[in-house]
Design a protein around this ligand. Sequence first.
Ligand code: F6R
Length: 363
Amino acid sequence: EKGEFRHFMMKEIYEQPEVVKATMQGRITEDRLLEQSFGNGASELFDQTRQVQIIACGTSYHAGLIAKYWIEDIAGIPCAVEVASEFRYRKHVIPDNTLFITISQSGETADTLAALRAIKEQVLASLTICNVPGSSLVRESDLSLMTNAGPEIGVASTKAFTTQLVALLMLTVALARRNGLSEEQEANIIRGLHQLPSLLLAGVRLDKDIELLAQDFAEKNHALFLGRGPLYPVAMEGALKLKEISYIHAEAYPAGELKHGPLALVDKEMPVVTVAPNNALLDKLKANLQEVKARGGELFVFAGADKIQQEDGLKVRQMPDVPEFLEPIVYTIPLQLLSYHAAVLKGTDVDQPRNLAKSVTVE
Ligand code: F6R
């Protein structure tokens, strides 16, 4: 039940600190990953893994795109990501010792399931990261790691996404162990995971402030979302949420692509939302922001503390300081809140957006 909340989506946004904790519980110690959480035989399969192929749809696909950054950066293993509806209908070159991963809230998405069935015989093993025990993907995969998000009722996925990211970060640690991750580096990641619930809570507490920001969106017809590195898929997820529930057309771009086309769209009717944490690419991103500002675009920036100063045409919201590998998870929260409040202001059916179904069991 919704309890004190007006919509399931909001309840599920607020549940994230708790369900993220439930997804880690019993799977990590104070400073180590418990690898047996991935099931019997997982360790031997991880030993043999030389390449990762991730398949998913929609929001779950965005989780896969973020995982690619982690798996290549932290584990040093090549990782390909593709939407299931494309993957299942084309010919593949599958390198030896490929671990095939599906990501799905429902475990029943027709295209994801079909992709698994088509490729099963050609891969080292299949692993599903899934939220519904006993679902088709769980039954048909060799290994599974459940996201313990609990039932997700809102059609727009929120807590399923952040718990998928936690599961994928744990998987990254398992793979990275085989590829030079030191005990100290592992401890650093695991300690970061223990901090995550309170960091997410700090994100959720921006709610009232973001509700005010949303007023600048509710009358707009378009919005642009920018990010760099693993925050680019976070921007894609932010744009998808806005489209789904508020019906405002939104597109995400890697910030470096701005001048290769989309900058032509920028004027005062085009709000630009940027997720800009505290990383090495911040200076590059600042240059992109100036390009938008110079064209009269209204900018909304979620940034690390004191990283970017508020000025005319630039609305900055300070985020808690976050270890770099957790940024994609924490920066997702303000974008969920922004789309939620924009939708409420527009008066759309937040939990049941038009034309969409919670579980897409047909092609
Ligand atoms: C977006 C959304 C959809 C799903 C997609 C995959 O908010 O909910 O894009 O993410 O249909 O569904 P699952 O994860 O159940 O395979």
